[in-house]
Design a protein around this ligand. Structure first.
Ligand SMILES: Cc1cc2nc3c(=O)[nH]c(=O)nc-3n(C[C@H](O)[C@H](O)[C@H](O)COP(=O)(O)OP(=O)(O)OC[C@H]3O[C@@H](n4cnc5c(N)ncnc54)[C@H](O)[C@@H]3O)c2cc1C
Ligand SMILES: *[C@@H]1O[C@H](CO)[C@@H](O)[C@H](O)[C@H]1NC(C)=O
Ligand SMILES: *[C@@H]1O[C@H](CO)[C@@H](O)[C@H](O)[C@H]1NC(C)=O
Ligand SMILES: *[C@@H]1O[C@H](CO)[C@@H](O)[C@H](O)[C@H]1NC(C)=O
Ligand SMILES: *[C@@H]1O[C@H](CO)[C@@H](O)[C@H](O)[C@H]1NC(C)=O
Ligand SMILES: *[C@@H]1O[C@H](CO)[C@@H](O)[C@H](O)[C@H]1NC(C)=O
Length: 561
């Protein structure tokens, strides 16, 4: 532990010396090429020996046993261990972050590393049709920091109406007004947003990546022409366009592992056990969860929880672990030969944010070619393209179809260097689609728009493959089962079309380049777009809803308290 920490501090202390620049150049080159040849795991067999162990050792007892050190678990462990009299154990399947994962622009490469679980969706029929095996990538962080250790770091809290809707559905205490103080409390915000919406002085650094592309000004001017005001989307009003706020600090990633756990891990009352797989939550005859079983690579353990077991293993693994523990849909558990403790709709209602990357505009603006060396030097000053994900600078939200909450989010990614190859790989595009997309993108001149559906009607489901914790769960995304979701996306596409027809984009001669898929439908507008969307849409890796909160046991798994 200490050795690791010292190693990662050396580069900081000698900020931009030649050795440090060379170190990062070599690191980037090496890890980019490792990502290219990385073999995704297809199960949890790294823990096989531990699972097969015949003896189960007692790991002691803690007030709180938290499973999963991700966005939620890291914060919970940090806050609970602020109370001296509590004893907290945090269990995590992954390991430490490293210098490479701290570089924001490298986030897509982390999908092809042991910091990602390695899931893909089951073969799909309504979506993921341009992907290998009709399977979308389902990225999920496996590290201290969880998905926040590999994510795109865009700090978007969610719309106030989404929180207020929770209250309407019977979950008191979850309105925006009631949760906002907790967001604010967590932050050390450097953004010049609306007063009363951003916090200073706590653990989580929120900042802009600088400098922005000169094209952000075209984006803002075009947005204004489209009646989209320029907003602090985490402030008074979300609808509009704005500069992206990132969870970064001096240009480096601020996962919840770095931001929160790093401050808490020296505390005597917090024990962090990484590289272990929780395999079961033990629930007693009073239906109280009071133990957790877990394995290391060699051994098997159980630990007692005096107050609570907290399951924060994410929207795919939490339902998996609940079902393995006997909590889930009765018939599914019976099929899997698991004793049913409670019949609840665990794993149902999988919601995602479908993301369509097929709107590409070429311009007559040229990004001057910076070398890796220059990028690294800038990065070490906390600046430049390495401090943002996929070159994204701007984001916006629109309403469609008379909705009161934004239904479409659009991300504005001006040219930012050589990223298209890892993008198409991360979407799991088949060879045809990969070549077609790469042929159309000019890394120095193309603007990419990522269009995101915020409230899809379609739902998917997480199920078990078997009762073996070594098996990955099935992730059935089932995007676009409902045609309405296609219609909403088309409204978003039309908005972007009009945005790029404004003077602000004419000034740079922006023209859409067409990816030659679904050509046979070219003269049937709706069918054409429906086909392109079903071919090219992956998700933006925001699974949720699989252990829904609500008062009704038929449709929800947990209550609001
Ligand atoms: C590539 C990518 C890009 C994203 N981009 C953004 C973005 O820009 N902005 C944004 O707001 N959100 C983004 N997200 C989503 C966001 O990161 C997640 O919604 C969030 O991190 C989920 O938090 P969580 O605590 O529910 O789960 P996670 O952070 O995934 O944490 C779950 C943790 O539990 C551990 N775990 C799971 N099962 C077990 C087990 N059986 N035993 C032990 N440990 C276990 C996992 O290893 C993991 O560390 C992105 C996600 C990904 C993957
Ligand atoms: C565990 O027990 C089984 C059956 O009793 C036996 O076959 C196996 O060798 C044992 N494994 C170890 C690691 O001792
Ligand atoms: C495609 O999916 C099926 C079913 O999940 C799986 O058995 C098969 O191995 C997959 N093929 C590839 C090439 O991934
Ligand atoms: C955007 O509009 C402002 C104000 O009219 C103007 O000064 C600026 O040059 C415009 N930017 C672009 C790129 O057109
Ligand atoms: C872009 O990446 C490819 C390999 O992925 C490489 O061959 C090429 O030299 C890179 N171009 C630049 C400008 O870095
Ligand atoms: C880009 O195109 C616009 C509109 O045609 C033109 O006015 C401008 O001079 C061009 N800029 C460059 C750098 O070619």
């Amino acid at each position: 532990m200490y050795v690791l920490l010292v190693v990662s501090l050396i580069p900081l202390s000698v900020a931009s010396s030649t050795t440090t620049v060379k170190y990062y150049e070599k690191l980037t080159r090496q890890r980019i090429s490792e990502a290219e040849f990385y073999n995704m795991p297809t199960n949890n067999n790294e823990f096989k020996v531990g699972i097969q162990s015949n003896t189960t050792q007692y790991y002691g007892s803690y007030d709180f046993v938290i499973v999963g050190a991700g966005s939620a678990g890291s914060v919970l462990a940090t806050r609970l261990s602020e109370i001296d009299s509590y004893n907290v154990l945090l269990l995590e399947a992954g390991g430490e972050e490293d210098d490479f994962s701290q570089i924001p622009s490298m986030s897509f490469y982390l999908i092809f590393s042991d910091m990602n679980w390695g899931y893909f969706s089951t073969p799909q029929t309504n979506c993921c049709l341009g992907m290998k095996n009709h399977s979308c990538t389902v990225a999920r962080g496996k590290a201290l920091g969880g998905s926040s250790a590999i994510n795109a770091m865009m700090y978007v809290r969610g719309n106030r109406h989404d929180f207020d809707k929770w209250v309407e559905l019977g979950n008191s205490g979850w309105s925006y007004e009631e949760v906002l103080p907790y967001f604010i409390k967590s932050e050390n915000s450097q953004v010049d947003g609306d007063t009363g919406y951003h916090g200073k002085g706590d653990f989580w650094n929120v900042a802009y990546s600088s400098p922005v592309s000169p094209l952000l000004s075209n984006f803002f001017n075009g947005s204004l022409q489209m009646n989209q005001p320029i907003v602090d989307y985490n402030g008074r009003k979300q609808t509009g366009s704005g500069r992206i706020q990132f969870t970064i600090k001096h240009g480096k990633r601020q996962s919840t592992g770095k931001a929160f756990l790093e401050n808490a891990r020296q505390r005597n009352n917090l024990k962090i056990r990484s590289k272990v797989l929780a395999t079961k939550v033990v629930i007693d005859h009073t239906k109280t969860a009071n133990q957790v079983q877990f394995v290391t690579k060699e051994k098997k353990f159980f630990v007692k929880a005096k107050k609570e077991v907290i399951l924060s293993a994410g929207a795919i693994n939490s339902p998996q672990l609940l079902m393995l523990s006997g909590v889930g849909p009765q018939s599914h558990l019976q099929t899997m030969k698991i004793d049913v403790i409670e019949d609840l709709p665990v794993g149902m209602n999988l919601k995602e944010h479908p993301m369509f990357p097929g709107l590409i505009y070429n311009t007559n603006y040229t990004l001057s070619g910076l070398s890796t060396e220059e990028f690294v030097k800038e990065f070490l000053k906390g600046l430049g393209p390495y401090t943002k994900t996929a070159g994204t600078d701007g984001v916006g939200f629109i309403h469609t179809g008379g909705n009161t909450v934004p239904t479409i989010e659009y991300l504005f990614a001006p040219p930012a260097g050589n990223i298209s190859k890892i993008l198409t790989k991360s979407f799991n595009f088949n060879d045809d689609l990969t070549n077609q997309m790469l042929n159309q993108i000019d890394p120095q001149r193309s603007i990419l728009i990522y269009l995101v559906l915020l409230h899809p009607k379609s739902s998917g489901r997480i199920t078990l493959k078997s009762n073996d914790p070594l098996d990955f769960p099935n992730v059935d995304l089932n995007m676009f089962e409902e045609e309405e979701d296609i219609d909403t996306f088309i409204e978003g596409i039309e908005f972007i079309r009009d945005l790029f027809a404004t003077d602000a984009f004419r000034k740079i001669d922006a023209r859409r380049v067409e990816i030659p898929v679904c050509k046979e439908l070219r003269n049937k507008y709706r069918e054409y777009w429906g086909c392109v969307i079903r071919q090219m849409t992956n998700t933006i890796y925001h699974p949720h809803g699989t252990t829904a909160m609500g008062p009704d046991k038929k449709s929800s798994v947990v209550d609001g308290s």
